[in-house]
Design a protein around this ligand. Structure first.
Ligand SMILES: O=C(O)CCC(=O)C(=O)O
Ligand SMILES: [Fe+2]
Length: 347
């Protein structure tokens, strides 16, 4: 593992008034997005559509979640890795999460709220819906820029309609004396795109292609956008085929290890390897608890590299695959591998 570096992630401003499709600022922002996703697999988006009030209200409402009794928490179940409830892991004892499926719909946030708080929690439900819609709008804009910049905008509308969103509320408690500081072990995201909103506590570290780790310094209007394996299907990075230990998965304490969902490798696959799907981790280095709200997108159906992204210099690297099938694979046999996408659908 490389050393921590003082380098910064690319920062891209989405708060510009003139950011409308077809304008000069849109085109130059789209170029920056593509460059950042190809070089780093991520960037920091400055985005004022989420007000500081919404950001604060969400983190404040979310704290109640972690105080719920365990019998309530475990009602949030799923057969996919990272989608239900998880906590109390031996390899990552500081880490706890709740997944909300279909979080960009009232049905999704209401179902989750009713499950956790049968007597109601309108504040949580409304704020989660508002935030997830705003984050999804940012993600959709990023994807529109990516599709246009690669000249494959003809696929954009159908692909956006097919996206499914998972919102994940995460807490990393501060380590106690002499406790290991691992918050989340190194992993790539298994979805298409991830957007991260965080409280003020540092801890997220992203690996560059050179093996250095960049620490992200959070602020309320800065969101980290991370490409997943699904989008990568176009990246030029050589794969290694290491079999890794199983610590980067999210074993559930209540159920067997298949009771969780994945969220991460999609960006690479779609782009035929052009976009990079970066390894990232959370390391807790202070005395404060860290909270993250993540919005993941997945393709509800097949992920397929557009034919325009395949040529002599970029031979097809990934066969079309079912995204949820890939998530299930990652929660089972695929968890042995550092790059399960290669084993699942690599050519
Ligand atoms: O909490 C964070 O900053 C990162 C979360 C993350 O990487 C994930 O949930 O996949
Ligand atoms: Fe992640």
């Amino acid at each position: 593992m490389g050393s921590l570096t003082k380098s910064k992630l690319p920062i891209i401003d989405f708060s510009q008034e003139k950011l409308k499709p077809g304008t000069d600022s849109w085109l130059s922002t789209a170029n920056d997005v593509r460059k950042a996703l190809e070089e780093y697999g991520c960037f920091v988006a400055l985005y004022n559509e989420v007000s500081p009030e919404t950001h604060d209200a969400m983190f404040s409402a979310a704290k109640d979640l972690y105080d719920l009794p365990m019998e309530s928490k475990v009602k949030n179940t799923s057969d996919l890795l990272g989608f239900g409830y998880g906590g109390g892991f031996t390899t990552m004892p500081l880490f706890e999460y709740f997944g909300i499926e279909k979080a960009t719909t009232l049905e999704g946030t209401q179902t989750f709220t009713d499950l956790m708080w049968p007597s109601g929690n309108d504040d949580f439900c409304e704020t989660a819906l508002l935030l997830s819609k705003k984050l999804a709008a940012l993600g959709d804009m990023v994807l529109q820029m990516v599709f246009e910049n690669y000249g494959v905008e003809r696929y954009y509308d159908t692909q956006i309609e097919a996206l499914a969103y998972l919102m994940r509320f995460i807490k990393y408690r501060a380590p106690m004396n002499n406790e290991n500081n691992t918050g989340l072990r190194p992993h790539t995201d298994k979805g298409f795109l991830t957007i991260l909103d965080q409280n003020q506590v540092k801890g997220l570290e992203i690996e560059t292609k050179d093996g250095e780790w960049i620490t992200f310094d959070p602020s309320p209007s800065a969101f980290v956008v991370v490409a997943g394996d699904g989008l990568m299907v176009g990246s030029s990075r050589a794969y290694d085929y290491d079999v890794v230990d199983l610590g980067f998965i999210f074993p559930s304490p209540q159920f067997d290890s298949y009771d969780w969902k994945l969220s991460q490798f999609l960006g690479q696959a779609w782009s035929n390897g052009r976009i990079h799907s970066p390894f990232h981790q959370v390391a807790m280095r202070g005395t404060e608890d860290k909270y993250t709200i993540a919005l993941f997108s997945f393709m509800s159906g097949m992920v397929e590299t557009p034919e325009e992204l395949v040529d002599n210099q970029h031979p097809l690297r990934f066969k079309p695959f079912n995204h949820y099938g890939y998530l299930r694979y990652c929660g089972a046999e695929g968890m042995k591998y550092k790059h399960p996408i290669q084993f699942y659908c690599g050519v």
